[in-house]
Design a protein around this ligand. Structure first.
Ligand code: UTP
Length: 299
């Protein structure tokens, strides 16, 4: 359990919304959940679950939809596969697969029957989260960081409490939600607002909201009454802006790098980055990528 001051409630649970359609990476996501697409040698969702666990999260709530069964199966036994591998004396592989299993009952799956937006997806987890702070982790955003991005956020949360979101500098604020800062203490920034996809000249900062949040449960009441916003979707950002009227919000410019796997080029970049970062395969990956660049023809 994370150490916290007496007034702060500890962070134990994380919500991973996985009910979107992944339209920007179609056709890859026609029959496979976006979160199950491999990034180098494992599904994207595995990195995010590992990040949560490294931050001390004890319970993970997936907000799922139709055609997302592969995610539940991935975090369960695969008896036939395990038996076949064991019969072939591939015990190290069996152990690796089993290491992904979490204690029984420590993962929940709730349905979002219609993809009405990220805010609605988070609201679907309200009964399982209850009256405690929780993390939201967007599984198509991979954070390469040591300590993990959420672990850095937990450290900040244990100091300042309230709501904490991860941010990172960007050259293209017009593509993202960005924060309006008030003051800064090292990497921790007191916030007064957030703007979705501002015009470059109007952007209140170059710090984009990168997909990790620690939120207080009072957000659920606001989400319940939240009207649709941008894209006619129920936006988490809109309720966070309302929560900011009564609660403190800090942004943490975390140490690390965000890889957005939600579009095709970002997904390609993530694959290269995670292959290059692999202890076992990094050198081979670098040589392979260089050779591919030297020989690839674009015609
Ligand atoms: P995105 O907007 O990046 O995902 O939402 P998407 O909707 O799948 O992508 P596109 O735009 O169609 O390509 C961020 C995260 O929130 C989840 C998505 O699954 C993704 O992990 N999400 C989004 C939901 O669970 N429900 C929703 O209604 C919307």
């Amino acid at each position: 359990m994370n150490s916290v001051t007496a007034t702060q409630r500890p962070l134990r649970k994380a919500v991973l919304p996985v009910a979107g359609f992944g339209t920007r990476v179609l056709p890859a996501t026609k029959a496979i959940p976006k979160e199950m697409l491999p990034v180098f040698d494992r599904p994207a969702i595995q990195y995010v679950v590992d990040e949560a666990l490294a931050a001390g999260i004890e319970h993970i709530v997936f907000v799922t939809g139709r055609n997302k069964g592969a995610i539940e199966d991935y975090f369960d036994h695969a008896y036939e596969l395990e038996l076949t591998l064991a019969q072939k004396n591939k015990n190290a592989l069996v152990d690796e697969l089993k290491s992904f299993l979490r204690p029984a009952g420590s993962m929940s799956f709730v349905r979002q029957q219609a993809a009405l937006g990220l805010g609605h997806a988070v609201w679907c987890a309200r009964d399982i989260i209850g009256d405690e702070p929780f993390a939201v982790m967007l599984p198509d955003m991979l954070m390469m960081a040591k300590p993990s991005c959420l672990a850095q956020m937990v450290e900040a949360y244990n100091k300042v409490g309230g709501n904490v979101i991860a941010v990172e500098p960007t050259d293209t604020p017009e593509q993202y939600g960005v924060i309006a800062p008030v003051s800064r203490d090292g990497r921790l920034i007191k916030m007064k607002g957030m703007v979705e996809k501002p015009k470059r000249e109007d952007a209140p900062s170059n710090l984009f909201i990168s997909g990790r949040y620690i939120l207080q449960p009072e957000i659920f009441e606001l989400l319940a009454s939240q009207s649709p916003g941008a894209g006619n979707e129920i936006q988490l950002t809109d309720s966070m802006v309302r929560l900011m009227e009564t609660q403190s919000f800090h942004a943490l410019e975390y140490e690390g790098r965000t890889y957005d796997c939600g579009d095709k080029i970002g997904y390609l970049r993530a694959n290269a980055a995670y292959a290059l970062a692999s202890e076992e395969f990094g050198d081979k990956a670098a040589a392979t990528l260089q050779a591919a660049l030297a020989t690839a023809s674009r015609s």
